[in-house]
Design a protein around this ligand. Structure first.
Ligand code: SR1
Ligand code: MG
Length: 413
């Protein structure tokens, strides 16, 4: 039966599993157990033994950062199911899941060292040469393999049915991303009084709210592929040589552009936060982030098409079956239209993620760590203006590259 694990509970949990204990090596009493919980929802421990390390993650019966907000525990089950579903397709981009204990809603994974959370690296202005292409390729591989382009409809529908039960976390997304920032809601928050007017403007912006409503419809009504569901820069761990995607507990069958949009939005939030930390060098680092955003898309696009072309040879999927697209140029035309749709979704979802990270419940450290209310608000205003363009003007924008080239640079003096 369920108990919340503390450091000694984690030690006992691992000691009782010989294969895990062997990975750590030595005696359980010698293992170093550290709590490193960082996200909003769960507790996380890192355990070091003389032979290696492990990461232990457990669902709590509430939101970790808000114990009054009660939650069922089943998110760990969906994270394990997501990891098992994508592991065969994404190689080392996902950490290995070594154990899942259903009674404790507890996962044990390989420990990632010396990787750091990407969001923290971006705040430090570190450059990760592989990150953007690794994330673009990861989304292409995980999403293509779990879509109807690669699978028979029966398998797709099984996943629709399974992940449709991830309702608690999907409800969080529906409320926090797709609804609350556009209405008066008790969980909305911002500290700078300067944003009071902007939040009111957004609540009165009919064109913006219609665009947001359409994105909400696509999120719930377009089950293209199995999504990570919360692919922000806190869900990516990096070194200069490696990129790992973690935290797939929000997994659901949905539109592929949602994963891309969340990731791009969090890079954009970092971009707009930079002058708030230090004007000197901000423009150079912003240019680096902008280039990474373009790379995420171009690598995703290239890899997704490559997988599609390769799969067409063995007629794998029931969606866009290769038998119907065999004619000269026919598959290419379909690919153009699919990729344009995903790109459009990516821009729209990115706009929504940016808005909710500034006016909703769950903010980002990139902006929150700017000490001055006025400076933070100036960065946030630029981010919100860009987010509005993503939602309302994206079809006439010329795409992510054009939008990035037109973005505001420095803060107004
Ligand atoms: C109550 S959970 C708030 C946010 O944290 C998670 O990481 C998701 O992004 C969620 O929206
Ligand atoms: Mg998370």
């Amino acid at each position: 039966s369920y108990v919340e694990l503390d450091q000694e509970g984690v030690r006992r949990h691992l000691a009782a599993r010989p294969a895990l204990a062997a990975r750590l090596g030595g005696a359980p009493g010698d293992w170093a157990v550290r709590e490193v919980s960082d996200g909003n929802l769960n507790s996380v421990f890192l355990v070091e033994g003389q032979a290696g390390g492990l990461c232990v993650k457990q669902s709590l019966p509430h939101v970790r950062v808000d114990p009054a907000w009660k939650l069922p525990l089943d998110r760990a089950f969906f994270e394990a199911a997501y990891m098992r579903a994508v592991a065969p397709h994404v190689g080392s981009a996902a950490p290995a899941l070594l154990d899942y204990e259903p009674a404790l809603f507890c996962l044990v994974m390989e420990s990632l060292t010396p990787h750091v959370i990407l969001r923290r690296g971006l705040i430090e202005r570190a450059e990760y040469p592989r990150m953007a292409s690794d994330v673009g390729a990861y989304v292409a591989r995980a999403c293509f393999a779990t879509s109807g382009l690669a699978r028979r409809f029966e398998a797709v529908m099984d996943d629709i049915a399974l992940f449709a039960r991830n309702q608690t976390l999907t409800r969080i997304t529906v409320d926090l991303v797709f609804t609350d920032p556009y209405r008066i809601a008790p969980r909305n928050r911002w500290t700078a009084p300067l944003l009071d007017t902007v939040a009111a403007d957004i609540r009165g912006d009919t064109a913006l709210k219609q665009a947001a409503a359409r994105m909400g419809e696509r999120f719930l009504g377009r089950p293209q592929a199995l999504l990570h569901g919360d692919l922000h820069s806190g869900s990516v761990m990096v070194t200069a040589e490696e990129t790992r995607i973690i935290d797939g507990e929000f997994a659901l069958m949905g539109p592929i552009g949602f994963d891309l949009g969340l990731f791009v939005a969090n890079l954009l939030l970092s971009l707009f936060s930079q002058p708030g930390h230090d004007e000197a060098g901000a423009a150079t680092y912003q240019a680096w982030i902008a280039a990474q955003i373009e790379t995420v898309w171009t690598v995703f696009d290239r890899e997704f098409r490559r997988l599609w072309n390769a799969a067409s040879a063995n007629a794998a999927g029931d969606v866009m079956p290769s038998a119907l697209l065999a004619g000269e140029g026919s598959r290419n035309a379909m690919q153009e239209s699919w990729m344009a749709d995903i790109h459009d979704d990516m821009l729209g979802f990115a706009g929504m993620e940016m808005i909710r990270r500034i006016l909703g419940f769950a903010h980002v450290l990139d902006l929150e760590s700017i000490g001055s209310d006025d400076t933070r608000a100036a960065c946030e205003l630029q981010a919100l203006a860009f987010a509005r363009r993503l939602l309302v003007e994206r079809s006439a924008s010329g795409g992510i590259g054009a939008l990035l080239r037109q973005r505001a640079g420095r803060l107004p003096s």
